[in-house]
Design a protein around this ligand. Structure first.
Ligand SMILES: Cc1cc2nc3c(=O)[nH]c(=O)nc-3n(C[C@H](O)[C@H](O)[C@H](O)COP(=O)(O)OP(=O)(O)OC[C@H]3O[C@@H](n4cnc5c(N)ncnc54)[C@H](O)[C@@H]3O)c2cc1C
Length: 458
């Protein structure tokens, strides 16, 4: 690409075109796309990002923002010779304000590095999920990442006090300046959050931190059916300070035990398992947790259960839930993350299970997810002997079946992973035609030449 010569403001180590780099940085966690990136750029400051955008506009080059590449929707994949802009070299944590409890992070700060840094200040960054060790704050903002503590702390959006962005027009914008109150028209910060790199680049993020949580209690329960899950949820919600309520099916448990080398924590098997985390602020909180547990046993909603006796044991319970994606990855599963309102989860799952059993009686369907906020992850394992190509073709049909059920429940085809490429053909199952037209109009304003991650979302 001859126009790369015009990027004289970047040093040699900030431009890569070797085939290994193109393959590595040209993709995210998905594995079904043919990757064709032209070059990878590594800006070190916002002004360089703005110059890259101006260069791309002049030369009609499409750009793809790239964070930690843990995305699960193909949104960071380069399929058409795009230039990828990696934030790996913009990874500084700076400007801590101890009064506001805010901190400015460059977009490439790893999520876990921010969490650890917050702990060092006796503070807390509560957005948490299994990809924390690789995903970046810029990517978390661009996907509005959720995770395991959403029922207590909300999504990434709740923790963004300000953003510095470079739009697709090449302008640098400082959005909201960390103000708590700011009633001056449309909040452009919130348009950037969850925009999957289609409006511009996030270069700096002002994060709101909070005080550390009180002592926590983690429980691991075996339950007989979906209705019991909802009953247990209602009881925990009413009587305890619940922070996380995660579900995995017996099949998920089987693969974690088999491929992850983790022991089953309970003697008795259930059809589903729950990992529940609650806060212990007052002495009666512990009693309430026990009472709810006993009620669940008496009513037959809980088959078996245990409460973590140490931090190590709590970590083991969490590993069972968090290692599922990794333990299934060898089967190159078809994965989706969908949501319905929490109370609809049992009816929705039963409905969908029936549809899939009728169409694919021999396929293994693994359910797990953030059931406390209605977000379910479904993984269908590639049957032995089926080629990747055949499986991908068949999964297109599964998409149609799955999203038709999601639409029936007025749910979302993407709860937290984003639309990217994988869910793009089905956006209209969750968003109306008018909404999609408005979104396209917004993109034109931010990105007049359609150079920002074109072909993603819609
Ligand atoms: C094992 C595993 C578990 C996961 N669990 C969860 C979970 O519980 N909850 C959840 O929400 N997600 C989860 N994810 C998905 C993923 O980790 C999140 O979507 C994460 O926020 C992506 O961040 P990233 O830095 O890796 O972004 P990438 O994958 O690099 O990019 C994702 C999107 O953000 C854009 N982008 C990246 N950086 C920028 C930037 N600086 N400016 C503008 N756009 C940018 C990209 O163009 C792309 O559209 C999981 C992934 C894995 C592999």
């Amino acid at each position: 690409m001859t126009s790369l010569n015009e990027l004289s403001f970047l040093s040699a180590d900030q431009i890569k075109t070797d085939s290994d780099s193109l393959k590595t940085y040209g993709k995210d966690w998905t594995s079904y796309f043919d990757i064709k990136a032209s070059a990878i750029l590594f800006p070190k400051k916002t002004e360089e990002v703005a110059l890259i955008v101006q260069w791309a506009r002049k030369n009609k080059i499409s750009l793809i923002p790239s964070g930690g590449r843990t995305g699960l929707s193909g949104a960071a994949c380069a399929l058409n010779g795009e230039v990828v802009v990696s934030f790996e070299k913009m990874n500084q944590i700076k400007n801590f304000n101890s009064i506001e409890q805010t901190v400015v992070c460059e977009a490439g700060v790893i999520t876990e590095a921010l969490q650890n840094w917050a702990v060092e200040q006796q503070l807390y960054y509560p957005v948490d999920f299994a990809a924390r060790g690789s995903s970046q704050i810029g990517g978390n903002v661009a996907t509005n990442a959720g995770g395991i503590k959403v029922i207590r702390y909300g999504m990434t959006r709740n923790w963004i006090a300000g953003l510095k962005v470079v739009t697709g027009a090449g302008e640098i914008l400082d959005l909201n300046n960390a103000l708590i109150k700011n009633a001056t028209g449309y909040d452009l910060r919130h348009l950037m959050i969850g925009s999957e790199g289609t409006l511009g680049f996030v270069t700096e993020v002002t994060i709101q931190l909070t005080n550390p949580p009180p002592p926590l209690q983690v429980l691991f329960l075996a339950v007989p059916d979906l209705d019991s899950i909802m009953n247990i949820f209602a009881e925990f919600k009413k009587h305890t300070r619940i922070l996380a309520f995660e579900m995995l099916s017996e099949l998920a448990m089987k693969y974690v035990a088999q491929n992850g080398g983790l022991n089953r924590p309970l003697e008795n098997a259930g059809q589903y398992y729950l990992v529940i985390e609650t806060e212990k602020v007052f002495p009666e909180d512990e009693e309430n947790i026990l009472k709810v547990f006993e009620t669940g046993l008496e009513k037959g909603w809980i088959i078996d259960g245990t409460m973590a006796q140490s931090e190590q044991q709590a970590k083991t319970f969490w590993r069972i839930r968090e290692d599922i994606t990794e333990c299934l990855s060898r089967y190159t599963p078809y994965k989706n993350d969908i949501s319905v309102t929490t109370s609809q989860v049992p009816a929705f799952m039963n409905d969908l299970d029936q549809v899939l059993k009728t169409a694919y009686p021999k396929w293994e369907v693994v359910w797990f997810g953030h059931v406390g906020d209605g977000n379910l992850h479904i993984s269908i394992l590639r049957p032995e002997g089926m080629t990747k190509e055949e499986f991908v073709k068949e999964c297109r049909k599964v998409d149609e079946l799955l999203f038709t059920v999601v639409r029936k429940y007025k749910g979302s085809i993407s709860a937290e992973h984003g639309v990217g490429l994988t869910k793009k053909p089905f956006l209209s199952f969750t968003r109306s035609a008018s909404e999609i037209e408005i979104m396209k109009g917004i993109k034109k304003v931010f990105d007049p030449d359609n150079i920002m991650n074109p072909g993603k979302v819609f």
